[in-house]
Design a protein around this ligand. Structure first.
Ligand code: PLP
Length: 338
């Protein structure tokens, strides 16, 4: 059964984005953040395509996300570390340890892990002082990670984090070091270390000069459930926030805020069909959205329209972040890869 809502996904754009970021990463390896179901696109499908392009290091948030990828035979790191409830012997992933308690829990296994060190985010990570005091001694560390606070802005904190992280070189047994996310890659070679970890730019996010070659990957498309004529003075949708200025033709789309197309698109969002831009009218409701199709007399019930979803522009229009625009896309889309 097909859904009346689909997400068109462009494989060539995804792998082209990864190759571009890998090239920008210079001699550093380029991994991929595929947490939150591959930023909403579908982690398994994203991971398979990136692995095919040569990506070898994958990052998820939780063990459940890692377990869903088991059969793909990937190297997966779990960014949220190792709770008491998490497995010590899972063959399919390794933790990114971020507290002394987690280190104590993992060390007896003798198995390889990653470690997050905090250099200013004050979210997850052991401190530089703890490392100095020998917390990581005897641990088999593949990658020592830290995370940039404001890589998408030009602020002094970037250089300070770079210096604090760089000072750890050679001070742990970690085989590799990794600092940069998507925006961090564009900060320059100093930030690349041995491994970069892009997420949003893989999926079409643009944050900095240097991301210019990044292509859109995901486009929501919704089916028209009904076409109707509204008379001048009639209103459309909840709370009647849109009134037809003249007699108008309206199409009702199978798309709503339950699909991540949030209410901030009300009276603002844009769709396209046959190369014509169609404005969204009235309030986005849970499962339905209306657009003005007066410009396209032939568009009818059962036809599909594409929602305008270029991430930087759509973020500016809606006030949502590029990350929210993708991770909010729900389970009701058929995800169709071309
Ligand atoms: C999500 C995440 C990334 C990827 O960040 P983007 O801004 O999407 O490129 C990298 N590293 C860590 C630790 C993350 O949590």
């Amino acid at each position: 059964m097909t859904a009346p809502l689909r997400l068109r996904l462009d494989s060539a754009a995804l792998t082209s984005n990864w190759r571009h970021l890998a090239k920008l990463s210079g001699s550093a390896a380029c991994g991929a953040a595929i947490k939150a179901n591959g930023y909403g696109l579908g982690a398994r499908e994203v991971a398979r395509r990136l692995a095919g392009a040569g990506c070898r290091d994958f990052f998820v948030a939780t063990w459940a996300e890692a377990a869903a990828l088991t059969d793909l035979g990937l190297t997966v790191s779990v960014l949220h570390g190792l709770r008491a409830e998490d497995p010590l012997d899972a063959p399919f992933a390794r933790p990114v340890l971020s507290t002394a308690e987690q280190v104590a829990r993992w060390k007896p296994t003798g198995r390889v892990c990653d470690v997050m060190v905090d250099t200013g985010m004050n979210r997850l990570g052991v401190s530089v002082e703890e490392i100095g005091a020998g917390l990581l001694d005897g641990l088999a560390i593949e990658t020592l990670l830290s995370h940039l606070v404001s890589a998408d802005e030009d602020v002094p904190l970037n250089a300070r984090q770079l210096a604090d992280f760089g000072a750890l070189r050679g001070r742990t047994q970690a085989k590799r070091m990794s600092l940069a996310n998507s925006a961090g890659i564009a900060l320059g070679a100093d930030y690349h270390f041995d491994l970069t970890r892009p997420g949003i730019a893989l999926y079409g996010g643009w944050q900095r000069t240097g991301h210019d070659a990044i292509r859109q990957v995901a486009t929501p498309e919704a089916q028209i459930l009904q076409r109707r004529r509204v008379r001048a003075g009639d209103t459309v949708g909840y709370n009647a926030i849109w009134t037809a200025p003249v007699d108008s033709e309206v199409a009702i789309l199978n798309l709503g805020y339950a699909d991540g197309y949030l209410r901030c698109f009300s009276d603002k969002g844009l769709a396209t069909a046959e190369g014509v831009t169609l404005p969204l009218i009235g309030r986005v409701s849970m499962d339905l959205t209306a657009i003005d199709v007066t410009a396209l007399p032939a568009l009818r019930e059962g036809d599909w329209v594409a929602m305008s979803y270029k991430l930087p522009e759509t973020a500016a229009l809606s006030g949502l972040s590029q990350y929210e625009l993708l991770t909010g896309l729900g389970p009701r889309y058929d995800r169709i890869w071309a």
